[in-house]
Design a protein around this ligand. Structure first.
Ligand code: NAI
Ligand code: AKG
Length: 444
């Protein structure tokens, strides 16, 4: 049996009940087959794939906190420190009731390759909790964050592991987490990114993932001889990534037709009013049902449905496995040109394969959404030199990074005879740097 197939079998057997982790490993290893087969003997001798698919460290802990009624609640906390070959572990924290070890491991595994693609010195990690911030008071959020950090602070540091936000973790949560870290460790350092601007945050970090997605998409279309201006787009999600993707898309002359949250979706034939979505989501923390109050011509629908709307570009920006095979078929039938992932692994394996086989340009999240973590690394640089760069400086670096990633993944795919297969290109380009660094550092 080939080393790739053996590794996939082993990962499934050794990590039962972790379907998302299995999915991420399969997606990466399948597309690395050519590269691995060319070096199979050396890789087997060094147990490279065993080391690559096994986290360096997993920290799991209890998070007790007191709710507003005086009741003690207990959640699970996780930090998976996956790979530190090219830098300190780096990756977000997710607070969502669906969080399991499988989800954190898939995200941490993806992060290793994504961070490598940025060209910056950051290893891969991810963490989170099954805590649900929805409907909680600010005091409850603070109590939870303080308890979470009371344990996490023993395992992280500016040169060890630098968490950031992800689903359910934004500026408010990062502030509470940072305050507690500082208080316990007595260290004022860049241990988290996505911080507020008054205490070490970077301009443009809030916008970076969404803006980066559009810089990347514009370049990818250009590589394929297509101009982004004048196109239509369907976006899913209405959180940090989706909002700033919609903002930059609109600025680039793209008409954004849809957005969604966990209960429903909106369709605005005149183009989404991003300021209205920002007010609903960032200020009021309310549902998209409110959007009709701002735009009477729009429609609100319960449930899923974003991918049924005719569009040139599909930008999934909500969560994993939200674009299924039937959605891919609907996009194809509606003449969609490209799918670029703002979220992590939003497209299932079957849907990805269908899109690729049917001539739709497909860019995986580990390349297309890398602008967020890249800007986090820029925040780390600013913290180290105790300086703050202007918005335009950071934004210019972000644009350059996204353009470079786009070309690197395209070139890597071409080098291995898979022109236009950006999944393979991203995995190969990310893998090569990590493996190089792992080999140079000996067996560890
Ligand atoms: N925030 C960042 O810098 C980065 C985030 N990502 C990824 O982007 C995606 C979105 O993250 P953020 O915008 O930061 O989170 P967020 O918490 O700001 O927004 C998440 C959005 O997805 C929706 N959502 C969440 N779970 C859902 C579910 N089970 N079904 C339907 N909708 C659901 C929420 O309603 C919300 O609109 C995630 O996959 C995350 O891992 C990737 C790179 C960086
Ligand atoms: O900014 C970061 O460190 C992490 C962002 C993130 O969670 C991601 O890239 O998925």
């Amino acid at each position: 049996m080939s080393y790739v197939d053996e590794t996939i079998e082993r990962v499934v057997a050794q990590n039962p009940s972790q379907p998302e982790f299995h999915q991420a490993v399969k997606e990466v290893l399948e597309s690395l087959r050519v590269v691995i087969e060319a070096n199979e003997e050396a890789y087997r001798r060094d147990a490279l794939l065993e080391r690559l698919t096994t986290p360096e460290r997993i920290i799991m802990f209890r998070v007790p906190w007191v709710d507003d009624k005086g009741q003690v609640q207990v959640n699970n906390g996780y930090r998976v420190q996956f790979n530190s070959a090219i830098g300190p572990y780096k990756g977000g924290l997710r607070f969502h009731p669906s969080v399991t070890l499988s989800i954190i491991k898939f995200l941490g595994f993806e992060q290793v390759f994504k961070n490598s693609l940025t060209g910056l010195p950051i290893g891969g990690g991810k963490g989170g909790s099954d805590f649900d911030p929805k409907g909680k008071s600010d005091r409850e959020i603070m109590a939870f964050c303080q308890s979470f950090m009371t344990e996490l602070c023993k395992h992280i540091g500016a040169d060890t592991d630098v968490p950031a936000g992800d689903i359910g973790v934004g500026g408010r949560e990062i502030g509470y987490l940072f305050g507690q870290y500082k208080r316990i460790r007595n260290l004022y350092e860049g241990v988290l990114t996505g911080k507020g601007l008054t205490y070490g945050g970077s301009l443009a970090r809030t916008e970076a993932t969404g803006y980066g997605l559009l810089y990347f998409t514009r370049e990818l279309l250009k590589l394929n001889g297509i101009d982004i201006a004048g196109k239509t787009a369907c976006i899913s999600g209405a959180g940090n990534v989706a909002i700033y993707a919609a903002e930059k898309a609109t600025e680039m002359g793209v008409k954004v037709l849809t957005m969604s949250d966990s209960t429903g979706w909106i369709y605005d034939p005149d183009g989404i009013d991003v300021a209205a979505v920002k007010e609903i989501k960032e200020v009021k923390r309310a549902r998209l049902t409110e959007y009709k109050n701002y735009r009477p011509n729009s429609e609100y629908h319960e449930g899923r449905g974003v991918w049924s709307v005719k569009c040139d570009l599909a930008l999934p920006c909500a969560t994993q496995n939200e674009l299924l095979l039937d959605d891919a078929k609907a996009l194809k039938a509606n003449g969609t040109i490209a799918v670029c992932e703002g979220a992590n692994m939003p497209t299932t394996l079957e849907a990805t394969q269908y899109l690729q086989e049917n001539g739709i340009i497909f860019a995986p999240g580990k390349a297309a959404n890398a602008g967020g973590v890249a800007t986090s690394a820029l925040e780390m640089s600013q913290n180290s030199e105790r300086l703050s760069w202007t918005f335009d400086e950071v934004d210019a670096k972000l644009q350059q990074i996204m353009v470079t990633i786009c070309h690197n993944i395209s070139d890597a795919a071409e080098k291995y005879g898979m022109k236009g297969n950006y999944v393979a290109g991203a995995n190969i380009a990310g893998f090569e740097k990590v493996v190089n660094a792992m080999n140079a550092q000996g067996i560890c």
